[in-house]
Design a protein around this ligand. Sequence first.
Ligand SMILES: Cc1cc2nc3c(=O)[nH]c(=O)nc-3n(C[C@H](O)[C@H](O)[C@H](O)COP(=O)(O)OP(=O)(O)OC[C@H]3O[C@@H](n4cnc5c(N)ncnc54)[C@H](O)[C@@H]3O)c2cc1C
Length: 462
Amino acid sequence: MNAEKKKVLVIGGGLAGLTAAKRLVDRGFQVRVLEKRPIYGGKVSAWKDEDGDWIESGTHCFFGAYGVLYDLMKEIKTYHAVLWKEHQLTYTLEGGKSFTFDTWDLPSPLHLLPAIVKNGYFSFGEMAAFSRSLIPLALKKDKYPPTQDHLTFARWAEQRRFGYRLMDKMFRPMALALKFIPPEEISAKIILDVTETFYRIPKASCMGFLKGSPQEYLHQPLLDYSQNRGALFQNLSPVDELLFDGKRIRGVQLRNGEILDADYYVSALPIHNLCKVLPSSLKKNDRFFGDLERLEGVPVISVQIWYDRQISTIDNVLFSPDGVIPVFANLERTTPDYRSLRGEKFEGKSRFEFCVAPAKELMGLTKEEIVRLVDRSIRANFPKESQGANILKSTLVKIPQSVYAPLPGMEQYRPTQSTPVSNLFIAGGFSQQLYYDSMGGAVMSANLAVDALIREASKADR
Ligand SMILES: Cc1cc2nc3c(=O)[nH]c(=O)nc-3n(C[C@H](O)[C@H](O)[C@H](O)COP(=O)(O)OP(=O)(O)OC[C@H]3O[C@@H](n4cnc5c(N)ncnc54)[C@H](O)[C@@H]3O)c2cc1C
């Protein structure tokens, strides 16, 4: 293949776009990345505020399952920055109670035994009913979840008759943490897929945190890697439209009026932005593109609060079914580079980061109102430890359309990376791959999009 002469425009500089750029420069393509915002990283982006404190789009946990992400980080030499935490999931509850799902270092599925017999909250009877509900999953393995995409997880659980407490205390925060929507909305397929992976691969549910900001350990190293090998990165360059001549994409129109062209185009945009830049003729006349409009983004809010004392010493991700904070972490524990406030050392106190969901009803509230709700939730979960605690600083990020909403029936509309237009490829967490809209999913989608592009380029060369 005569790849040196082939030009590729990558549209979107999130994790999928940055990964695609790296994979393409590695194969000798001329790459140019167009990003709308001043910073790269999209939904994993992080930036410093006026006090010099890192703000993140959201708490990002690294699941053991994301092998493709760790391969990438090893290639750019930043894998050392993933700090693996103890293999357990802790849930905190109103009134100061908590329970923990531990694992044992045993082959699957025995590694899950302690979660069933000694979680300290659910009875053996409840866990036995739950285990029974998973028999079809144990028998049919990964063939089973796709057959349940027509149901919400809540409906599936109702049919399988496992107890209300498990749904409310364990699966509600899990659904909200995974995709920011509750069990009454999320497709059963998602929760079953994740459960099947956790069941089959012992390390899949182990959680890691970056040592510091994703900007320093993920995006900038990826960008530097590709830039040093000739890729061009253009921020503040929103694309308004893909120009289609009835057969192929002929160029992209930037918001400033400029038109750029290439041999191949990789969209690494979120679904709602992709729908905006696709020409209406494609959406009208081709079902593949028309169906994309059925997918939608979920709103989510991220809040950070610095407290003047240590409220939780747990160095791991935390889940809570009570209040508005389904998933959170004390970054002062999990993320060593974040032990600071306004340039001063910040140790032995709490710097929590919270994912606030479901956020649909909260998007219209002010920062003060949302922080008050979050503060109330943390005080309810840690009544003793938070007594007399004062807030030193808080920050908030609202994302009106974040990951795509995996509602029942939506799986069929997730696009493949190859499209009916031979020189257009789609990467991004919402496109078809194993890991849904996640960091692992973004990387895997980019790998698949680049593989498809290379196949097409080889065909053209023959
Ligand atoms: C609050 C929050 C918490 C999360 N937590 C986790 C977690 O713990 N673990 C995990 O694995 N995943 C998590 N995720 C999901 C993960 O962040 C995403 O799945 C992943 O980052 C998606 O990457 P992407 O490159 O596909 O899309 P994006 O990150 O959305 O990147 C798309 C890029 O395209 C740019 N763009 C948009 N329109 C245009 C345009 N017209 N022209 C040019 N550029 C444009 C955007 O600015 C953006 O940079 C979380 C997400 C959020 C929001």
